[in-house]
Design a protein around this ligand. Structure first.
Ligand code: ZN
Length: 397
């Protein structure tokens, strides 16, 4: 009989070692009284040789029953330890010390806030403060974070910057490209801002590959802190750079035509993505601009060269002289934008050549940047970078 009551109590409460002694309705809410009947141990030394010192009542908020709030009135034994001589109250399963809500209730709040119910609304609905919602949510994030954050740095790393706030500026993202997870975000993008973090980072020597955009600060940091890593340029950023300089050239050559947005869209696209009628329009325009036509052809050849991927070592050996020839042509050009592009590509020649060997790129990181923006907007922006970091690390993995 006693066993039976125990099991029913556990089913109703979702907590072990309690016996329900009464259920009352109180202003539309539930008040459940229960007594602790589990094993007793000293909170200080763990001894079971105790002298009973009476009972004390704890009031604890618990999971809702539908829309009705539930409050537990728990009778908890006090005792004096016969080994260490100290007094203690019995610690309870599923309810942490000093907490006025059970773990189950806190988890429910965490989940609802994570699903997008905002703090003030959730606080009103549950009759708790907005700050309490925030606190439970942060505990939940920390719990998740402890469960799955690996201490060592990922072997395939993607590094990129993203905008955080106007006051604090940019942040740097470290992305695990093999497992499609965000490893970490760090405030700042300069060497001074990152060197402390990188010095502390574990597993740097095991990093094999780092993918990044063409930022010299990141390159020098990687050379310094990841001695065995191969730097790979991010294909998307390289192509974007080529397009940027090409369009700047176009502005110099034809200031009037370059204001035409239709033409801009045609010149930006890869030729294979153009419809037949669009191709005709583009050809007609280029026929009137012979200098531009040459540069356009040159740009297309350069882009198709850069778009190679998953090449073997031997295939790469054939591509390298073609690339170097193109770059030296650029550096000898008359137009300043082309010269500048040539210089940049020349300084990144090793990283760009490495791009042909790999398929991985920072597309994953860019995708996560979208999600981080969403996290930031859902919270109406962050003032505290650590709060933002914790959310990003738990939600983007
Ligand atoms: Zn003791």
């Amino acid at each position: 009989m006693r066993e039976n009551v125990l099991i029913k109590s556990e089913i109703l409460l979702g907590l072990p070692d309690f016996q329900i002694t009464g259920i009352q309705r109180h202003g539309g809410n539930l008040r459940v009284s229960a007594s602790y009947i589990g094993p007793r141990v000293c909170a200080h030394c763990g001894s079971t040789r105790l002298r009973n010192k009476g009972w004390v009542q704890r009031t604890v908020r618990h999971e809702d029953w539908g829309l009705r709030h539930e409050v537990l009135l728990l009778w908890v034994p006090k005792s004096k330890c016969l080994v260490c001589g100290r007094y203690s109250r019995q610690s309870l399963p599923g309810i942490l010390r000093y907490q006025r809500a059970s773990e189950a209730f806190q988890k429910a709040i965490y989940q609802q806030h994570l699903d997008g119910v905002n703090r003030s609304c959730l606080g009103r609905r549950e009759r708790i403060g907005a700050a309490t919602v925030e606190r439970y949510f942060r505990h939940g994030l920390q719990r998740q974070f402890r469960e799955w954050h690996p201490p060592a740095c990922p072997v395939l790393l993607g590094i990129d910057e993203h905008f955080f706030t106007r006051r604090k500026g940019y942040a740097t993202t470290f992305c695990d490209l093999r497992h499609h997870k965000i490893y970490d975000v760090v405030l700042g993008r300069s060497e001074d801002a990152l060197k402390g973090y990188l010095a502390r980072l574990e597993g740097k020597a095991a990093v094999q590959m780092v993918c990044m955009d063409l930022a010299t600060v990141y390159r020098s940091l990687v050379h310094k802190y990841f001695p065995h890593a191969q730097i790979v340029a991010d294909r998307f950023h390289v192509i974007r750079l080529v397009n940027h300089h090409f369009l700047a050239c176009w502005k110099d050559l034809d200031p009037v035509g370059s204001k035409n947005r239709g033409l801009l869209s045609l010149l930006r696209r890869h030729p294979q993505n153009l419809k037949p009628e669009q191709k005709l329009r583009l050809e007609a325009y280029l026929a009137t601009q012979p200098a531009l036509e040459t540069i356009y052809g040159f740009k297309q050849r350069l882009c198709s060269l850069l778009l190679n991927k998953q090449r073997t070592r031997r295939q790469c050996r054939k591509l390298i002289p073609r690339f170097l020839r193109t770059v030296s042509e650029l550096r000898q050009a008359i137009l300043p934008h082309l010269v500048q592009l040539g210089e940049t590509l020349y300084s990144w020649r090793d990283e760009i050549a490495a791009m042909w060997r790999f398929t991985r790129n920072n597309g994953i990181t860019e995708g996560f940047h979208n999600k981080m923006e969403l996290i930031s907007r859902q919270a109406y922006g962050f003032r505290n970078f650590e709060n933002y970091r914790l959310r990003v690390k738990v939600l983007c993995s």
